[in-house]
Design a protein around this ligand. Structure first.
Ligand code: TYM
Length: 328
């Protein structure tokens, strides 16, 4: 069975970009592949966090995994820090990685705001921990949004180097991006991607936003003055983004939506989009409320960690052996 690995950071709260770019794929894959889905709380430390909040958000993301329909009988769900092999593997891989290749990472440049001197070392080495996450599970497919492409390519480069220098240990992973939704744009600035770390609350819709707030956010979403519902990324990034969201939530193709709203303008389009979005998210929100404080989430994570530790330790042992690290 094809092995799949992916993860999301417990920072901010999971939004439509995370869901449509990555988490929805997690659910679609669980029936026909062997999936490992992680809450990457160690990655979250690369930017200062409130400790209590980090704990809560870690459980929030795990509860969201369950609420969107991941089934712990089919997919292994766990928290990164519960599997110590990740950090050890990251160290071993750091020792074969290059400062040059990390310096080229766009996400590091963005998050360090161009000032490498004062950026955290963890922020710099972040992609190596991500490579460790993926390689420990010998993952063949990594479902993510478009913004992770460079990190997955780096993971392949590091794995190839390890295999060449120390012998075949790793499977080379392939990125899996959805046909529609790989890059959801910010509602208030549709030329930039929707982001958990955006300052404005009008940037994104969280999966857990209440219906009133969803309505407000979509009403304020930037469009253009043409008043024609048409998909054109170049000249109509706002409307195109809303069409993408509408299409994935309703199952109606973008073409059909264009036809449906011909001559109707943005008012009717947004009104219907608001309804479709609220209806789609309602069962996810209800399930989240049901399980978040029931003890079920913790139970699932404990079982998941046990299974993940077994797989990860097997690969880690091969890495140690290949590199000459004694295991007594
Ligand atoms: P993170 O937590 O930023 O985002 C989680 C997932 O959501 C996707 N995503 C988007 N997709 C479409 N449109 C957007 N606007 C958008 N914003 C975010 C991301 O591509 C991601 O798939 N480095 C990763 C976490 C990670 C990881 C891993 C992922 C750590 N180890 C191993 C895969 C495999 C990150 O920061 O994702």
């Amino acid at each position: 069975m094809v092995r799949v690995f992916s993860g999301a950071q417990p920072t901010g709260i999971i939004h439509l970009g995370n869901y449509l770019g990555a988490l929805k794929q997690y659910v679609d894959l669980q029936n026909e592949t062997d999936c490992y889905y992680c809450v990457v709380n160690m990655h979250a430390l690369t930017i200062p966090r409130d400790p209590q909040e980090l704990k809560e958000k870690t459980l929030d993301v795990a509860a969201i995994y369950l609420a969107i329909g991941l089934d712990p009988k089919k997919a292994t769900l766990f928290v990164q820090s519960q599997v110590p092999a990740h950090t050890e593997a990251a160290w071993l891989l750091q020792c074969i990685s290059r400062v040059g290749e990390l310096s080229r990472m766009v996400q590091f440049k963005e998050k360090s705001k161009g000032s490498a001197e004062s950026a955290g070392v963890g922020l710099f080495t972040y992609p190596i921990l991500q490579a460790a996450d993926i390689l420990l599970y010998q993952a063949e497919k990594v479902p993510v949004g478009e913004d992770q492409r460079q990190h997955i390519e780096l993971t392949r480069d590091i794995a190839e180097r390890f295999n060449r220098d120390y012998g075949e240990v790793f499977t080379l992973p392939e990125i899996l991006v959805p046909k529609v939704g790989a890059k959801i744009m910010a509602l208030d600035e549709p030329t930039k991607k929707m982001s958990k770390s955006a300052e404005s609350k009008w940037n994104s819709i969280a999966l857990l936003d209440d219906p009133k707030l969803i309505e407000k956010k979509l009403k304020r979403a930037v469009t253009d003055s043409e008043n024609q519902v048409r998909y054109d990324l170049e000249t109509k990034p706002g409307v195109s983004n809303l069409l993408t969201i509408y299409s994935t939530f309703s199952g109606i193709s973008i073409r059909e939506l264009e036809r449906k709203y011909e001559g109707l303008g943005y008012g009717q389009f947004k009104k219907d989009l608001i309804e479709v979005t609220i209806d789609y998210l309602r069962p996810i929100q209800e399930r989240f409320q049901e399980i978040r404080h029931s003890g079920y989430v913790e139970e699932v994570l404990k079982d998941g960690a046990e299974k993940a530790n077994q797989v990860a330790n097997e690969t880690l042992s091969k890495m140690r052996q290949a590199m000459g690290i004694i295991q007594l």
